[in-house]
Design a binder for this molecule. Structure first.
Ligand SMILES: Cc1cc2nc3c(=O)[nH]c(=O)nc-3n(C[C@H](O)[C@H](O)[C@H](O)COP(=O)(O)OP(=O)(O)OC[C@H]3O[C@@H](n4cnc5c(N)ncnc54)[C@H](O)[C@@H]3O)c2cc1C
Length: 464
């Protein structure tokens, strides 16, 4: 429920004149578009939206929120499931105009401002034949994805996104601008590698880059009747595969249009989506065991520029759809879990709804559970179940499906979820997501944000 708050006009005017970017209030042109986030289920009306263009704007916005005692949300790419980048009746720091990227090809690093999407980063780094690990959809924001961990195509080859994070610039709750890295504010650097937006507004991220340009990848799709065998083959194969090969598992409904052959349109099927980053001449050899499993009904795998693979599913999932997220980590997929997956795959409630299992192995296993705030280094798979549809009338149906599916699988899980892929489920889910790292995160939160100014996130309460 929104409670209308009364802002002091003079203070708002003073704030507005302190900004280089725009300040939008209810009724201003552009306000309606600016308050929208990716998930069409989220409908919040902030009191003010500060479209920051530089660090000075961010400092000014944090000062305003703190002194006016406003709820504060920081928006990176706006993709968060529960819409934690926007807040009712408070101030949104909208970073989407902060799009600067500086690639240093010699040092193989990139400095990326907080409003970039992964598509922006891929575009900038691909020009130099370089890339850094991100996710599977290019419209996702760098900010939220990185701060939560970052599971993507390059996780087995080069680790999670946070494993390639060299430093951050950020503005703290008291307005101080600091850098955090392995040698500066080390506690903060540990916390932002998985701890979400709890510790301040990150104005830029510095990433390590890798020589990745054209990869060998794309989806292979099989009939649902092959799903049990495919899952059993994949669960063993992918954990032991060379690190230059990644492939995630999906249950899908084939979209009714090209490039999918018409006879498969709207059929429920199972898929593996591959990304091989090793030498091209070894690709056929790497895929031999997969080919031995049996030919897919649809095969899109081949040489592909990395940014094209990254954006392959963007058009299928445009902004504004209804999204409901459930997630869990798994150490193993036992036969009972496979049976349960088959049961719920047969009931996919809408064309866009899906279940993915992302590998967390290879390079992503190298750091220990306590080396970064992201703790589930002993998991092998991140499961995400999403009910997705353009029509809100289908929400109840797809939410019920996602919850039932998750409830059935949860007893077989490692006990916690990837917090970037859940709704706003509350403290127990957050604690389960951090396990033994929660107490340390709460201490660091108390040091850098004792009043919990940054609480529109998967919130870590400051230790008392
Ligand atoms: C279609 C889709 C595909 C996805 N695919 C993947 C994937 O492949 N891998 C993966 O790991 N995740 C994936 N995700 C999940 C994604 O990581 C989260 O939704 C994440 O929160 C999105 O970040 P954002 O910046 O776009 O979101 P926002 O909604 O802008 O922000 C999310 C949270 O992060 C905080 N935040 C964002 N930027 C900053 C900043 N600069 N400083 C401080 N706090 C900040 C916000 O305050 C908020 O709490 C996907 C999500 C979607 C919708």
């Amino acid at each position: 429920m929104t409670t209308e708050i009364k802002l002091d006009d003079a203070k708002v005017q003073e704030f507005r004149s302190s900004l280089r970017g725009e300040l939008l209030g209810k009724g201003d042109a552009g306000y309606e578009a600016a308050r929208k986030v990716y998930n069409g289920m989220i409908d919040r009306r902030p009191a003010l939206i500060a479209r920051c263009v530089d660090v000075a704007d961010v400092i000014s916005s944090i000062h305003f929120a703190r002194t006016q005692k406003l709820m504060l949300a920081v928006r990176g790419g706006g993709h968060n499931g529960p819409g934690l980048g926007v807040v009712d009746d408070g101030l949104v720091i909208d970073l989407s105009r902060m799009k600067g990227i500086r690639v240093d090809p010699a040092a193989r690093t990139a400095r990326v401002e907080g409003g970039c999407t992964w598509g922006d980063v891929d575009h900038a780094t691909h020009a130099f034949g370089l890339a850094t690990p991100s996710g599977f959809i290019s419209t996702t924001g760098v900010g939220g994805l990185t701060l939560g961990g970052g599971i993507g195509y390059l996780a087995r080859a080069h680790g999670l996104t946070i494993d390639n994070l060299l430093s951050v610039d950020m503005v703290l709750a008291d307005g101080r601008f600091v850098k955090a890295s392995a040698s500066e504010n080390e506690d903060l650097f540990w916390a932002v590698r998985g701890g979400g937006g709890n510790f301040g507004a990150v104005t830029s991220f510095e990433f390590r880059l890798h020589p990745i340009s054209t990869v060998f990848g794309g989806p292979m799709i099989w009939p649902l009747e092959r799903a049990a065998d495919l899952m059993k083959f994949w669960r063993e194969f992918i954990v032991a595969a060379p690190e230059d090969l990644n492939g995630w598992f999906a249950f899908i409904t084939v979209p009714p249009g090209p490039p999918f052959p018409e006879k498969f349109h709207l059929q429920k099927m199972c898929a593996l989506v591959w990304c091989y980053t090793g030498p091209m001449e070894k690709a056929a050899e790497r895929f031999k065991p997969v080919r031995a499993f049996g030919p897919p009904a649809i095969d899109f795998v081949g040489p592909i520029p990395f940014p094209v693979l990254q954006s392959m599913f963007d058009a299928l999932y445009p902004p504004g759809l209804q999204w409901y997220w459930k997630a869990d980590f798994f150490r193993e997929l036992n036969d009972r879990a496979v049976d349960l997956h088959l049961k719920y795959a047969a009931q996919l409630p809408t064309m866009h709804s899906t279940m993915h299992l992302y590998p967390i192995s290879g390079a992503a296993h190298r750091p220990g559970a306590a080396d970064t705030a992201f703790s589930f280094r002993d998991a092998n798979f991140a499961e995400v179940i999403v009910g997705v549809d353009p029509d809100p009338a289908n929400n109840d149906r797809m939410i019920d499906w996602a919850r039932d599916y998750w409830r059935a699988l949860h007893p077989h899980s490692a006990g916690g979820a990837y917090l970037n892929m859940v709704m706003d489920e509350g403290e127990d889910t957050v604690k389960a997501g951090y396990r033994d790292n929660y107490a340390r995160l709460a201490q660091i939160k108390a040091k850098y944000d004792p009043t919990n100014l940054f609480r529109m996130n998967q919130n870590i309460k400051p230790a008392s």
